[in-house]
Design a protein around this ligand. Structure first.
Ligand code: SAM
Length: 281
């Protein structure tokens, strides 16, 4: 049996009782290490589970899944995913491939950023399509996700922006020389995401288009949701450029406008003190 087990968002103890029981009896336990991370790190998980974990990077999961599937038809193998296995980047592909090989599977769910974002007070059923914001480079500055933000805003819906994670990146030189030397991991902060968004707003203006959001649009920055030191800050997009939320992981919400009074009251718990928002906070 292949088990896909969600680990939740906070620390080692967020795994469910059911998930932990399975982890403790599986013959091999993989930890998916590229779509999300737990702030506590692999060693803390190993200590709490009492098991050694095998790190599974994107290459392994996408190209060499045979290692993960080996003997999973006759023994139990666990594949651990921070958050929920179906949160954002889904692992449907793994399930489809396992099924084709006749390997049965079971999913043990957990909290995901997709639902835990509700902790800021914005109502989950008022969220539209989620977007991903990637790190821009000198030559690659994608803006296409902004259309989704526009559609969400037009429908009065909030947009959850998931922020880029870069792990096992090679510098151009190492890539060309075929050297498997990797850069330190990078996690996009709310500040970086807000700065890129403001640049898109300015690009729209330069083209004579009315941008879907402005410097004054009410946003919410969230960091380390589910961990003991989680941080939430509500303020304008401009304020998101400088708000201090600390260590990764971060997410950003662009509100849909026309907030419900309860949403406003909840957000006021997290408002940045010198808030100048014209959206009403
Ligand atoms: C692929 S998505 C999340 C997938 C994960 N399986 C889940 O269900 O939460 C990864 C992105 O979600 C956001 N994220 C994940 N965990 C978070 C947390 N605890 N606090 C804030 N943002 C988080 C970050 O923007 C991160 O780059």
């Amino acid at each position: 049996m292949l088990y896909l087990i969600g680990l939740g968002l906070g620390d080692a103890k967020d795994i469910t009782v059911k998930g932990l029981e399975v982890v403790r009896r599986c013959s091999r336990v993989y930890l998916e290490a590229y779509t999300s991370v737990l702030t506590v790190g692999k060693e803390a998980l190993e200590e709490f589970y009492g098991r050694k974990l095998i790190l599974a990077d994107r290459e392994e999961v996408e190209q060499e899944a045979d290692n993960i599937f080996k003997d999973a038809d006759v023994s139990d193998v666990a594949f651990l995913v921070v958050g929920d296995p179906f949160g954002a980047t889904t692992h449907s592909d793994l399930i489809l491939r396992a099924t084709k090989l006749g390997i049965p599977y079971q999913v043990i769910h957990n909290a995901s950023i997709m639902n835990a974002v509700g902790c800021c007070g914005l109502q989950l059923y008022r969220f539209g399509e989620t977007v991903s914001i990637v790190f821009w480079t000198d030559t690659w500055r994608p803006e296409s996700f902004f259309d989704k933000v526009k559609r969400n805003r037009a429908n009065g819906m909030h947009t959850l922006c998931l922020l880029d994670i870069k792990v096992k990146e090679q510098s151009l030189e190492n890539l060309i020389r075929g050297r498997k030397i990797y850069e330190p991991p990078r996690y996009m902060s709310v500040n970086q995401a807000a700065q890129q968004l403001l640049e898109i707003v300015q690009n729209h203006r330069a083209r004579g288009e009315e941008p879907a959001i402005t410097e004054e649009t009410l946003c919410v920055g969230l960091a380390r949701v589910g961990a003991e030191d989680q941080k939430i800050a509500a303020g304008t997009l401009q304020q998101m450029c400088t708000v201090s939320l600390g260590e990764p992981l971060h997410s950003l919400v662009i509100t849909g406008g026309n907030l419900h009074p309860l949403e406003m009251e909840m957000l006021s718990l997290f408002s940045i003190p010198e808030s100048q928002s014209t959206d009403g906070l």
